[in-house]
Design a protein around this ligand. Structure first.
Ligand code: TPP
Ligand code: MG
Length: 262
């Protein structure tokens, strides 16, 4: 079972007062709510045929993006997926420019030419969403390699869905990341479906056995628990920043949005 061994531990980081801690939890809640409300508007735009392209909603999975991005610095990198609104917003993208992009307007992140699945934002370290399942694994690993070679102390997070576990490039990238001790966290958003197809029809064996085979430090976390995600991500990011190499974070989550167009 992929949903075993979940971690729910919540740490109050050393030196953080309880009022600072409360403010942080509140900020994270607000971030999750912002993503949810943003996507509810996207859904209305999509269903009323006001936006071109597709709308892959992240509803129900907000805790993963928010918990992980809370553990990152502004200049740390992320790469995203076809379901990327939450990643972009959690890393600090502007709502106005996101909507402009989705609506095909000049003011959008890609001047309206990219749409929902191609949003990138250099100012917030977002190297881009990717319509190719697993397509960002090599980009993210290359970014981590660049940070290591230039000694910039940046960490990269590669978000991907359980569907990407069937893509060979992920394994080529993880192999190199482990060999070269790159500062990267592979965050697997396991919502148990490859879009519409249950993972049991596509994914053999244990997910966590894959990164472990490359000697990559692996942790499994309850993807619906934003505080557990944050504390796990923070620990893994700090580890990567210290030069201790890549990690794999298996987040067991669930997508609550309608399956017919998303
Ligand atoms: C290389 C490639 N093959 C097939 C597709 C078609 N496709 C789009 S989404 C998807 C499933 C993705 O599943 P997962 O990575 O688990 O993400 P989820 O939709 O569950 O968030 C597929 C096969 C694609 N975009 N890219
Ligand atoms: Mg999935």
């Amino acid at each position: 079972m992929v949903h075993s061994e979940t971690s729910n531990s919540v740490e109050n980081k050393g030196g953080t007062s309880s009022s600072d801690q409360s403010k942080q939890w509140l900020r994270m809640y607000e971030q999750m709510l912002k993503i949810r409300v943003f996507e509810e508007h996207v859904n209305v735009l999509y269903l009323s045929a006001k936006m071109p392209g597709l709308a892959h909603l992240y509803t129900g999975e907000e805790a993963v993006a928010v918990g992980v991005c809370e553990a990152l610095h502004l200049d740390d990198y992320i790469t995203s997926t076809h379901r990327g609104h939450g990643h972009c917003l959690a890393k600090g993208a502007s709502i106005e420019r996101m909507f402009a992009e989705l609506l095909g307007k000049e003011a959008g992140y890609c001047r309206g030419k990219g749409g929902s699945m191609h949003i990138a934002d250099q100012e917030t370290g977002n190297l881009g969403a990717n319509a190719i399942v697993g397509g960002s694994a090599a980009l993210a690993t290359g970014a981590a390699m660049s940070s290591k070679m230039q000694d910039t102390n940046q960490v990269t997070v590669c978000f991907f869905g359980d569907g990407a576990l069937g893509q060979g490039v992920l394994y080529e990238a993880m192999n190199m990341a482990s060999l070269w001790k790159l500062p990267i966290i592979y965050v697997c958003e396991n919502n148990m479906y490859n879009e519409y197809t249950h993972f049991s029809e596509t994914t053999a064996g244990e997910i966590s056995a894959r990164p472990k085979a490359f000697g990559i430090h692996t942790e499994e976390v309850d993807g619906q628990n934003v505080r557990a995600i944050y504390t796990t991500a923070k620990r893994l990011v700090e580890r990567a920043r210290r030069g201790e190499g890549p990690a794999f974070m298996l987040c067991n989550t669930y997508r609550a949005s309608c399956a017919c167009w998303n």
